[in-house]
Design a protein around this ligand. Structure first.
Ligand code: NAD
Ligand code: ZN
Ligand code: ZN
Length: 363
């Protein structure tokens, strides 16, 4: 089969590799119908994620069709259309039993395209299939559910739920990339009073407006803290999200929040950031961090099915799966392409993905 293979910092290829097969009895093999690229894949390509070794197939977000199951898999069968989450769950360890799949002790967690071969490929081996994949109803298209693999649950769980967004709140979001935009969408589920998006790029702020931000601030030329204070009677936001992953943006997120407010860090940090306890201690601030667990996928999928959550704005570009190399170029050059998420479409997928299951069973 063909797959996008990481060959060490700065190097990737669309290579012919061995077809995946069942290794553990809890595995499934899935044909990838629709996949996408994450900013984290770019971090891996820069060499920022040393645990990912050269030769690893990248990708941790996809929708596909089960083609083979291991002997102990009992809840999916060949032909089922499934969403694969960026986080796998052994289902048996202490953390999995608490729904904290990101912290799985039994071999799950973020493994796809990180510690094992990932999902930017024609086929993938999917460990712990019973506890890690989500069946997709025929009325939902692949593209409607694809962003449930990572960005929507990340922003919802690590941002909105950790930050306890409540009706009427002022929510300030630092960073308006896919994660910041998903934070706008999922904050709206709680009817905040005002959503403020802050970014250095005007194109990203335009996106934030389309996703539902009420106020946008370009902090390359505007004073974000002054504007947020002005909009909140001098208090600050009820909740702020850090959705960039840099020391300066974390510090900014802590400056924007009101006494008694919540700072939810979503960004992945590679460097230490300063926690200004000398100013924060007296302000009753709660700061949370987190790796996504994706426990909210079923809940968010129901909201998409009922039309109350619409992720369609994320897909800015579409490529055939075999053009994954070109898709990376487009995604990595977001400043000029305005890419948010690029959708990679496999050859055999149907128009909506709905009818393919039958085809495969017959196969
Ligand atoms: N916690 C988790 O489980 C989890 C999961 C997925 C992604 N993430 C992280 O979330 C973060 C955001 O992801 P993304 O895909 O949206 O990234 P992205 O790089 O596409 O977007 C980041 C945005 O931040 C803006 N930005 C950069 N510096 C800024 C500054 N000083 N002030 C304001 N804005 C600034 C950029 O213009 C860009 O629009 C990343 O760190 C990513 O690794 C975390
Ligand atoms: Zn990701
Ligand atoms: Zn586990």
């Amino acid at each position: 089969m063909k797959a996008l293979v990481y060959h060490g910092p700065g190097q990737r290829g669309w290579d012919t590799v061995e077809d995946p097969s069942i290794i553990d009895p809890t595995d499934a093999v899935v044909r990838i119908d629709t996949s996408t690229i994450c900013g984290t894949d770019l971090h891996i390509l820069k060499g920022d994620v040393p645990e990912t070794t050269p030769g690893t197939i990248l990708g941790h977000e996809a929708v596909g069709t089960v083609v083979e199951i291991g002997p102990s898999v009992s809840t999916v069968v060949p032909g089922d259309r499934v969403l694969m989450s960026c986080v796998s769950a052994c289902g048996r360890c202490r953390y999995c039993k608490e729904g904290r799949y990101g912290q799985c002790l039994g071999g799950g967690g973020w493994i796809f395209g990180h510690l094992i071969n990932g999902l930017q490929a024609e086929y993938a081996r999917v460990p712990f299939a019973d506890t890690s994949v989500y069946k997709v109803a025929p009325e939902l298209t692949d593209e409607q559910v694809l962003f449930l693999a990572d960005i929507l649950p990340t922003s919802y769980e690590v941002g909105v739920l950790n930050g306890t967004v409540s009706p009427g709140d002022t929510v300030a979001i630092v960073g308006a990339g896919p994660i910041g935009l998903a934070a706008i969408l999922t904050s709206k589920l709680f009817t905040p009073g005002r959503i403020i998006a802050i970014d250095l790029a005007d194109s990203r702020l335009e996106g934030a407006k389309r996703f539902g931000a009420d106020t946008v601030i370009n902090n390359s030329r505007e004073d974000a803290k002054a504007i947020v204070l002005e909009l909140t009677d001098g208090l600050g936001a009820d909740v702020s999200f850090e959705a960039v992953g840099m020391p300066a943006t974390f510090e900014l997120a802590t400056e924007l929040v009101r006494p008694g407010g919540h700072v939810a860090n979503i960004g992945v940090h590679g460097h230490s950031a300063t926690l200004h306890l000398e100013t924060l201690w007296i302000r009753d601030i709660t700061i949370t961090t987190g790796l996504v667990d994706t426990f909210s996928i079923p809940q968010l999928m129901r909201l998409i099915a009922s039309g109350r959550l619409d992720p369609s704005l994320f897909a800015t570009h579409r490529f055939p799966l075999e053009d994954t190399m070109a898709a990376y170029d487009t995604f990595a050059d977001a400043a000029s392409t305005n890419a948010l998420k690029v959708v990679l479409e496999g050859n055999d997928r149907g128009a909506t993905g709905g009818a393919r299951a039958e085809m495969l069973v017959a196969h």
